[in-house]
Design a protein around this ligand. Structure first.
Ligand SMILES: Nc1ncnc2c1ncn2[C@@H]1O[C@H](COP(=O)(O)OP(=O)(O)O)[C@@H](O)[C@H]1O
Ligand SMILES: N[C@@H](CC(=O)OP(=O)(O)O)C(=O)O
Length: 451
């Protein structure tokens, strides 16, 4: 397969939310003959419902949630011509969801959660495959777990790249010669065959990983916005679309909370120089954003991102004054608990840090276990502050340009900033503030720097 033409197209939850959305997405696929592989998320809201079921629900709530899943998926089935065949398959999956939800109400586990949650992508892909088949196109449904080999870190499994490459070449590549292939984003399987997931929003990552494994020429991410904007258009409706953006800038945006791309999406693209396109399945003719290895334009201020539900840990130790090894001890504890630190500032007697939650549901609470707090408390006094948000200004040469601090922090003077990181990266300047002020801070900064 030629590297220059083959496209992997990924459609997110809103693009397969209902029959009309699926039909629009099918139109996009069929109008792009170079699209050979389609990666889908679960229909919008299905994953959230399955996550809730997996957390263990009492009978009445369970019945309500199961009805909701059935209602959303049946509404699509009912519009298909060969509804009965697909209905049987969807019914089998619904039965499996019911059984697993009952098990989760007795005892939950991350492995069970991944197994249960994977059913969302299994259903959306079955429905979409049938919809494409009705357009008289040679199409195959493919279970991505056959090739997406991951670690057994349920909930945020890491792909095993070499194996994924080998399995994809063996099982998936041959199918692409004569068929359009529809497969699942987000899910994978570990060595023993148990289902895993790549973390919330992980379908973008799947598309990029499969693009890498199969030497795609482009990865198209179809979502509900017409590209990557200067900030989340839901927060600032006047945000401007970015026509072209570099891998580096887009990766910074994704890492710092621009939900439009999963933070890991660009890793495979960067490794293989595969351009990424982001567009809206609701308005496919309105263009979008191209993400390229490099762009000619490198503006000082590129975009603003907002990441909610951040937790700040402040660790106070009098021992730290003129002492050696305190930071090393703290980081050893965090590493033992598989926690990567996101932002950090230090003073003579304290460390303030936030936890990197980008691979999880976006909430730090699960990371801050009692065992971790107990171990840290043995070293220092621990303070935990929640309900904070992280705002990042993404740009180029930020730390080498005079006046950036004055321009940014001057505008932010009405806000109480809890932590500032500036200087470590030339591509970002970030700060924490109470969540209640976060949108206002983004709106104010956007008005000042981008409008
Ligand atoms: N800078 C940004 N540009 C565009 N969209 C953004 C940005 N930051 C956040 N978003 C949000 O990302 C959403 C799309 O991501 P997501 O909801 O995960 O879509 P999908 O379900 O298609 O994967 C948009 O609706 C938008 O609110
Ligand atoms: N369905 C999964 C995976 C995903 O990527 O979804 P979306 O493309 O709708 O963000 C989730 O909700 O996390």
């Amino acid at each position: 397969m030629s590297q220059s033409t083959f496209i992997v197209a990924k459609f997110g939850g809103t693009s397969v939310a209902d029959f009309d959305a699926m039909s629009r997405s099918a139109d996009i696929v069929l109008s792009h003959p170079d699209v050979k592989l389609v990666v889908l998320s679960a229909s919008a809201s299905i994953t959230n419902i399955l996550v809730e079921l997996a957390s263990g629900q009492e009978t009445a709530r369970r019945a309500f949630l199961l009805d909701e899943v059935r209602r959303i998926q049946y509404a699509i089935v009912d519009n298909l011509r060969s509804a009965e065949v697909v209905r049987d398959e969807i019914d089998r999956i619904l039965e499996s969801i019911t059984t697993l939800s009952e098990a989760a109400s007795l005892a939950t586990s991350l492995a069970l959660t991944d197994e249960l949650v994977s059913h969302g992508e299994l259903m959306s892909t079955l429905l979409f495959t049938e919809l494409i088949r009705e357009r008289e196109v040679a199409v195959k449904w493919f279970d991505v777990r056959k090739v997406m080999r991951t670690s057994d870190r349920f909930g945020s499994a890491e792909p095993e790249l070499k194996t994924v490459g080998e399995l994809a070449t063996h099982y998936l590549a041959p199918l692409l010669n004569d068929n359009l292939v529809i497969t699942q984003g987000f899910i994978g399987s570990e060595e023993k065959g148990r289902t895993t997931t790549l973390g919330r929003g992980g379908s973008d990552y799947t598309a990029a990983l499969l693009g890498e494994a199969l030497h795609a020429g482009r990865i198209d991410i179809w979502t509900d916005v017409t590209g990557i904007f200067s900030t989340d258009p839901r927060v600032v409706p006047t945000a401007k679309r970015i026509a072209e953006i570099s891998f580096e800038e887009a990766a910074e945006m994704a890492t710092f909370g621009a939900k439009v791309l999963h933070p890991a999406t660009l890793l495979p693209a960067v490794r293989n120089n595969i351009p990424v396109f982001v567009g809206s399945s609701k308005a496919p003719n309105d263009g979008g954003t191209f993400v390229y290895p490099e762009t000619n334009e490198k503006p000082l201020f590129r975009a603003l991102t907002l990441r909610r539900r951040q937790t700040l840990l402040t660790l106070h130790s009098l021992k730290m004054l003129h002492a050696r090894g305190f930071l090393a001890e703290v980081f050893a504890v965090l590493a033992r608990h598989h926690i990567s630190v996101d932002l950090i500032t230090t003073s003579e007697v304290s460390i303030a840090l936030t936890l990197d939650t980008t691979d999880t549901s976006g909430q730090a609470r699960g990371l801050l276990t009692q065992a971790l707090l107990t171990e840290l408390s043995a070293l220092c006094r621990v303070e935990v502050e929640e309900d904070l948000s992280l705002v990042a200004l993404i740009g180029n040469q930020l730390s080498q340009s005079p006046g950036v601090g004055k321009e940014v922090f001057g505008v932010l003077s009405p806000f109480n900033l809890r932590l500032i990181c500036y200087g470590a990266s030339e591509h970002n300047l970030c700060f924490l503030l109470p969540s209640k002020d976060a949108e206002a801070a983004v709106q104010t900064l956007h008005r000042h720097l981008f409008e």
